[in-house]
Ligand binder design. Structure first.
Ligand code: SF4
Length: 257
C-alpha cells in the first residue's frame, strides 16, 4: 500500500504534512504539480524547507510547459473553464495510476471547516484521507500550525487567503489590489499576459481596466482627471491607466491604491 500526500504548497497541505509527521502516519511520497513561473517567486525556498522538514524529497510533476501552451491556446482561466486545474488533475491521476493495483491512499488537504469540498471528483484513485478533518483542524488553525513550524510562505498569507498561482483570475478584487500595490514586478507580468491573452482577465474586465477602475476611485475629482488626460494627450505625462492605451509601461509609481 502506497501513501501519497498531494501537496499544493499552501497552508492546508503543509499542515497535513505536519500532522503526518507529528502523528507518525505512513507516508511514501509527497507529490507536487509544478506550474512553473505562475507560482510565487519564493516557492523554491519554501519547497526546500518542506523537504528538510519531512526528511524526504518531493516528487515534482513538471506541468509548466503544458500551462504555458494552455495559456496561449485558451487564455485566462475562468470559473467555468478552469483548464489549468484540469491539467493538474490529469497529470496527478496519470502518475497515481501506477499504484492503484498495489493499493493507494492519498492524503488531501481539506480543512475541517471546508468539508463540503470532500465530494470533489478530482481525487479518484484509491482511498482518500483528510487528516485536517480527522484531527479537527480548521483553516485558521492550519495556518497557525505552519507558522509555528517555521513555514512563512514568503508573507503571502498576510494579504491573501490562498498560496496558489499569483496570476489566478479566480482571486478576489481585494487580493488583486494587494498584488497591484505590493508586487509591481508580478503586476507588470499580468499586463503582459493580458496583451497575449485572447480573453479578458475577468468577466468584462481586463488588467488595464482594473487599473483604470482603481485610478478612477482615487481621482473622483473630474477637473483633476481631465487635467491629467490632457497632459496624457499632449504626451506630457501618461497616466497609464487607460485600458485602450497602447503603452505597456508600469503605473505602480503613479497610482496609490
Ligand atoms: S490557482 Fe488559478 S490559475 Fe492556478 S491552476 Fe488553479 S485555477 Fe489555474
Amino acid at each position: 500500500m502506497k501513501h501519497i500526500a498531494l501537496y499544493s504548497g499552501g497552508k492546508d497541505s503543509t499542515a497535513v504534512l505536519i500532522l503526518i509527521k507529528k502523528h507518525g502516519l505512513p507516508l511514501d511520497e509527497i507529490l507536487y504539480a509544478d506550474v512553473g513561473k505562475w507560482m510565487w517567486p519564493g516557492i523554491d525556498k519554501h519547497m526546500k524547507k518542506v523537504e528538510e522538514y519531512m526528511q524526504m524529497p518531493v516528487i515534482y510533476l513538471d506541468i509548466s510547459e503544458q500551462i504555458q501552451k494552455g495559456f496561449k491556446k485558451w487564455g485566462f482561466a475562468s470559473p467555468l473553464t478552469r483548464w489549468c486545474t484540469g491539467i493538474k488533475r490529469d497529470e496527478m491521476n496519470r502518475y497515481l495510476k501506477q499504484y492503484v493495483k498495489e493499493g493507494l491512499t492519498q492524503y488531501v488537504g481539506i480543512a475541517f471547516d471546508e468539508q463540503h469540498r470532500t465530494g470533489n471528483k478530482r481525487y479518484q484513485k484509491g482511498e482518500i484521507r483528510y487528516p485536517l478533518i480527522e484531527y479537527n483542524i480548521t483553516e485558521a488553525i492550519a495556518l497557525k500550525m505552519c507558522y509555528k513550524e517555521g513555514f512563512d510562505f514568503g508573507g503571502v498569507y498576510e494579504h491573501r487567503s490562498r498560496y496558489n498561482c499569483w496570476c489566478c483570475p479566480l482571486q478576489t478584487l481585494d487580493e488583486l489590489r494587494i498584488l497591484f500595490k505590493y508586487y509591481p514586478g508580478l503586476w507588470k507580468k499580468m499586463r503582459e499576459m493580458q496583451w497575449i491573452s485572447h480573453n479578458d482577465f475577468r468577466k468584462d474586465e481586463t488588467i488595464m481596466s482594473l487599473e483604470h477602475r482603481w485610478w478612477m476611485e482615487q481621482h473622483s475629482n473630474k477637473k483633476k482627471l481631465w487635467k491629467n488626460l490632457i497632459k496624457s494627450e499632449s504626451g506630457e505625462e501618461c497616466i497609464g491607466a487607460c485600458h485602450l492605451c497602447v503603452h505597456r509601461h508600469n503605473t505602480q509609481d503613479k497610482l496609490e491604491v
